[in-house]
Write a protein of this length. Sequence first.
Length: 450
Amino acid sequence: MHQIYSVILAGGIGTRLWPLSRTYYPKQFLQVNGHSLFQKTYLRSIEMCRPDCIFIVTNSLHHFLVKNQISELGYQISDEQILLEPSGKNTLPAITWAVTEIQKKSNDARVFVFPSDHLLGEDAIRELKQALPLTDSQIVTFGIVPSIPHTGYGYISPGENLQTGFKVREFKEKPDARTAKEYVDKGYFWNSGIFLFSVPVFKSELTKYQPDIASAFEKGVVWDELPSISIDYGILEHSDAIAVVPLSTSWSDLGNFNAWYEISEKDEQENTGDCVAIDSQGNFVTTQDRFAALIGIQNTIVVETPDALLICRRDMAEKVGDLVKGLKKKNNPITEIHQLVYRPWGAYLGLEKGPGFQIKRITVDPGNRLSLQRHHHRSEHWVVIHGTADVELDGKQFFIRPGESTFVPAGVMHRLGNSGKIPLEVIEVQIGEYLEEDDIERTEDDYQRK
């Protein structure tokens, strides 16, 4: 019996779910009904293979998020199983890297590839495994039986009937509304972006249609020289060894807030979220700090975070991505980072910022500590409000308890830690002419950050 491996692609940003999804804490790590999308994908993989047979492709920004969210599930993952892309190169280089690592362990492995940000029904595992016999000769892509003529997905035209699926006749780009209806009427499937193949078949098709990429990984890849190309364009649209297996289970790529609305619980007026609504129907509402009340509002998205408010029509949910592009062109940091920022050691919440000062609430998880560091342009004042702080300051070590404080001058080496059993909470007041996160010089770090 062939060993099964799982590859989870977790490098995306999910701009159409802004302001919830941002560069430093993107869509796949957001909580949806108890677990994040990434955690749901990991748990699905656990049902397919052993924990040591799961590989994650992500980037250095999200390395600790991957490890922390897996740890929350009660599992551990080695650093060798987390492949950190130096830059985004689309799906084919990412998948090829993972397959190259898997091949070192098993020359004839069967490999599932999952996007990290999709929702699948509970019966998906059984349907996915039914495709395994096809992997002797085919790269399998999984098609979703359409529920509506959707214009936001690519389509797959099925051809010759196979043992548990079909040969792929043709891949279709995202259509307009009229063409989408034609595709549904003809029995086409949505392209799910989920794949299954054997290592030999994948390597054979890669060498045939993308020999430069295959050669690069055999000789020692220079990542920056790789093309940015999807597996669809690079292999699937050229190869005649492609099968599609339909999935009848529920599925969503949660691509925008309208998709999130569709899978959410609704009240008697078809509204979602914790809100009071009068004469208001079909609204998606999610708030973090404020209570929401709607009067006479229909089919609208309302998303509130501590530092941003999005209001748009549900039928224009795709435009949120365009909004984010515009903000990025203006170098607006609100697309990059939340006020609540997660770090390997815990998190910090930005409370207030003004000329020459910044106030943060820092939470250090039990058994963790920040790097030994110094800042050249700012001083810091720490006040402990919960737990006990282990402080290293200018070569001296001491404790600070609730209500106590200490001052950290600019240019002085310091470290904040928590050796206790409860979270440490500290109010930090920064003073200086330059207060950005890149004013940091680390000399020791438990998480190997530079």
